[in-house]
Ligand binder design. Structure first.
Ligand SMILES: O=C(O)C1=C[C@@H](OP(=O)(O)O)[C@@H](O)[C@H](O)C1
Ligand SMILES: C=C(OP(=O)(O)O)C(=O)O
Length: 419
């Protein structure tokens, strides 16, 4: 789209039609890595092509994996069973999955790997993962507790138990689980500290590992045992992205429309699919929503909550402060730009002061998206009911849903250049 801003014109009619979400970012990046670690050729179909998956694919290419892209939704990945040391630092933009997963996978490389990202990624914590690698005797270091991380691997590691504090990100746990199958003996991975949010992402990880031949078993609510099988090439179908689906579900209820996503809401295995049942309750969302098991759906739900009959308090969302941006701040800022009393923060809770009478009003607001795709995509939903909503840096949706603006247009949304 290549614009620096985009103003949504409220459609004033139900949004209708077919709009299939792109492939899941989380599953695509897991499958790419596992296929890259396997020996042989894997075919991934239904995959996401976006900034985050391009960073992962290019990083694997830099480590000797051959990746062809025969069409818009497929990757054909041929690995040698070993990742090679890259000649240059791996640049992973602001892709949390690629950054965390490759930091652990770097421990399987015989040589030095530098994992780096953009200025946003350089503020996202990775210390607990680096500490876990160091506890295994792997030479891993970060000066700031955030990328860049330097890992000097020997191509193998020997460990029987890895402890990890996943309080800030479940991706550390997923990263270690995927690495563990490349070890020399069975490994038990154990969660330390507080319970992690989004345990469903760990299930996605173990499911993808099994699809590529790993043997992994949950041995207690906080431990997993991984056998040293390595990975086997496989043909793998990526399901549509549930976080992307939340915008379409919300667009449907906000406009009393009918949108065919081409996939049943019950068919998703990703954590954010839980948001469907909440969205279906609109405009009677509950007074308290615990976002801990559907974190990426919180921006969608929060913008929806502005039009709810009654206020909504979002709890369990502290780690939204260390996502692509501080999402609690970005959401409260955006809502307060629309109307100053619309949101407030209380510690790490977000309170959305709902008002169904917002609908049909003209409340010009230029929404700062902080380079965060989810802030752009969720605030666009406000523009379905309020005139004057302008999204700054709309291209940031390229992180996970490059066709977002076109997809809304296909359902009947129109845009104006911001004045
Ligand atoms: O494992 C994954 O694919 C993800 C885990 C979640 O992150 P955290 O574990 O950092 O909360 C989620 O927000 C992210 O978009 C994708
Ligand atoms: C938090 C997200 O991404 P990541 O951590 O993978 O960068 C997201 O997509 O909302």
């Amino acid at each position: 789209m290549s614009k620096d801003k985009l103003t949504i014109i409220p459609p004033g009619k139900p949004l209708t039609g077919r709009a299939v979400p792109p492939g899941s970012k989380s599953i695509t990046n897991r499958a790419l890595l596992l296929a890259g670690l396997a020996k042989g050729t894997s075919r991934l179909t239904g995959a996401l092509k976006s900034d985050d998956t391009r960073y992962m694919a290019d990083a694997l290419r830099a480590m000797g994996v051959i990746i062809d892209e025969p069409d818009d939704t497929s990757f054909v990945v041929t690995g040698s069973g070993k990742l090679l040391p890259p000649q240059v630092p791996l640049f992973l933009g602001n892709a949390g999955t690629a950054t965390r997963f490759l930091t652990a996978a770097a421990a399987l490389v015989d040589g030095t790997v530098v994992v780096d990202g953009d200025q946003h990624m350089r503020k996202r914590p990775i210390g607990p993962l680096v500490d876990a690698l160091r506890s295994l005797g792997i030479d891993a270091s970060t000066e700031t507790g955030c990328p860049p991380v330097t890992v000097k691997g020997t191509g193998r590691f020997v460990a029987s138990r890895i402890q990890i504090d996943g309080g800030l990100s479940s991706q550390y746990v997923s990263a270690l689980l995927m690495m563990a199958a490349g070890g020399d003996k069975p490994v038990t991975i154990e969660l330390l500290g507080e319970d992690i949010g989004a345990l469903g992402y760990i299930d996605l990880t173990t499911a993808a590992m099994r699809a590529f031949g790993a043997k992994v078993e949950k041995t207690s609510p906080v431990t997993w045992r991984v056998e040293p099988t390595g990975y086997t090439a496989a043909d793998f179908v990526v399901e549509p992205d549930a976080s992307a689906a939340t915008y379409l579900w919300a667009a449907e209820v906000l406009t009393s429309g009918k949108i065919d996503l081409g996939v049943a809401n019950g068919a998703f295995t990703q954590p954010d699919a839980k948001a469907y049942d909440l969205i279906a309750k609109f405009p009677h969302l509950p007074a308290v929503i615990d976002g801990s098991q559907m974190q990426d759906a919180v921006p969608t739900l929060a913008v929806l909550a502005a039009f709810n009959e009654t206020p909504v308090r979002f709890v369990g969302i502290a780690n939204l402060r260390v996502k692509e941006c501080d999402r609690i701040r970005a959401i409260s800022t955006g809502l307060m730009q629309i109307r100053p009393d619309l949101a407030r923060e209380e510690g790490d809770d977000l309170i959305v002061q709902s008002d169904p009478a917002l609908t049909g009003q003209r409340l010009p607001a230029k929404i700062d998206t902080f380079a965060d795709h989810r802030i752009a995509m969720s605030f666009a939903l406000a523009g379905l009911r309020i005139a004057g909503i302008t999204i700054l840096d709309p291209d940031c949706v390229g992180k996970t849903f490059p066709a977002y603006w076109r997809t809304l247009a296909g359902l009947g949304v129109t845009y104006a250049d911001a004045g």
